[in-house]
Design a binder for this molecule. Sequence first.
Ligand code: NI
Ligand code: MN
Length: 226
Amino acid sequence: MIKLTWHSHACILVETAGARILVDPFLTGNPLATVKAQEVGADYVLVSHGHGDHLGDTVSIAKRTGATVISNFEIATWLQNQGLENVHPQHIGGGFDHPWGRVKLTIAHHGSALPDGSYGGNPCGFLFYLEGKKIYHACDTGLFYDMKLIGEEGIDLAILPIGDNFTMGPDDALRAVRLIGPRKVLPIHYNTFDVIAQDPQAWKTRVEENTAAEVVVLEPGQSLEI
Ligand code: NI
Ligand code: MN
């Protein structure tokens, strides 16, 4: 059993046998976050790109918990320069068998500058292989046709942005569901700010009328199990 808790925006806590994996921990300054950076537990922190609403509290959480940070090579190097010792660089297309399961970095069409203007490499998404389940967290991206390739792996849960403006909006996220063909979908990256306001229940209705996927809408802090 894998438990996923949505801490709003793109922040997901994945609890699997033997590890708590925190993705894109934007908590401080996030008006929807229901947990504080000083309280959240993590054994691993995954960072999809350098923007502040994804890198978020990575440095302080990793320093407090000793969590290992997984990110692309450029961000992993930058984090080492911030004083983090436990970092594991990967890059797009590359998977690695961590003690708790495998994660592969996928492409994402977006930017990735770090808060100080440093080059953050290319942004990524994450494909998890956990307990026989496959979970695709697209992170920040526009629609891309290679989502079909990701779908060929047989996705149990796709975590997709629907906010529009900075990422896919509802229309393209529906097309993404068609390309990926996941069993379940969790919409994210909406309502954090006015510019990405969306109605997730309306999107759920549209997706479930047009695809075979089940859409799970969570409130910030709520969990689902797969
Ligand atoms: Ni971004
Ligand atoms: Mn973002």
